[in-house]
Design a protein around this ligand. Sequence first.
Ligand code: NAI
Ligand code: 15L
Length: 268
Amino acid sequence: PAPRTILLTGAAGGLGTLMRELLPAHGYELRLLDMLPVEGAPDAITADLADRAALREAVRGVDAIIHLAGISLEAPFEKILRANIEGTYNLYEAAREEGVPRIVFASSNHAVGFTPRPVGDDPLIPVDTPRRPDTFYGLSKCFGEDLAQLYWDLHGLETVSIRIGSCFREPTSVRMLSVWLSPEDGARLLHAALTAEDVGHTVVYGSSANTRLWWDLSSARALGYEPRDDSEPFAAGLVDAQGELDPANPDHAHLGGHFTTHPPIWPH
Ligand code: NAI
Ligand code: 15L
């Protein structure tokens, strides 16, 4: 049977807020969790990923988990360790203990952020390109992907790890024209990741069908994902304001963009 009840972690965040709006139309009932209160959702579970008992209760009886909670920018290693590394481990353990069959893990392009970005006729970056994290943040996403592989091989718990590009209402930089995931395509990709059969552990890139795309979406399409959006209508305005990307500029040379040079720091 198709999964219906989904635990959405990180529900108070930017992506969580967008997906709370868009996923119900795909037929899901959402149970929400965040360490912060979720606006407009008094029933949301307020819990930290460090709280194993709370996680076990939160995952009980759900058909799948969409795991968005965690530090979403760069931070000191100790903070990343607690929220993203130990926190993701705690969630996987709770899922294993309660028999939840599948997790969709919000990985990031920053797991491969130091990969040179394609220029001109260079081929798209494949999903099995060697990982080259650009930050402790990206490193924690590499850990999450490996943890997912281990829980599949050892325990038969399935995961789709989505290396999300930039999922915001609109692209706000020339780089984002290449990596943008429209929120609607984001919901389509999550739906595909929740419903495709026999995913084992599958790694995909998460972007719309952008004209300026940098990476290969074939593993996402193999799940049944059919992106409908393209950032190109935003290109003229952004290129006018910012100019085209310059491969000689270190900020523009890698998939991870400015995360490789001066990453934004988690404010909390
Ligand atoms: P966000 O920072 O807006 O939301 C993250 C949420 O996780 C926050 O509401 C925060 O309170 C919660 N959280 C943090 N630590 C927690 C903990 N220890 N216990 C419980 N909750 C905790 O980030 P955003 O943009 O919504 O991203 C969501 C996920 O997707 C993150 O894992 C991020 O790394 C990943 N991602 C997002 C991208 C994007 O374009 N928005 C791109 C690539 C990856
Ligand atoms: C990420 O992983 C961040 O969570 C998000 O805030 C964006 O900065 C995105 O990458 C990006 O690469 O633009």
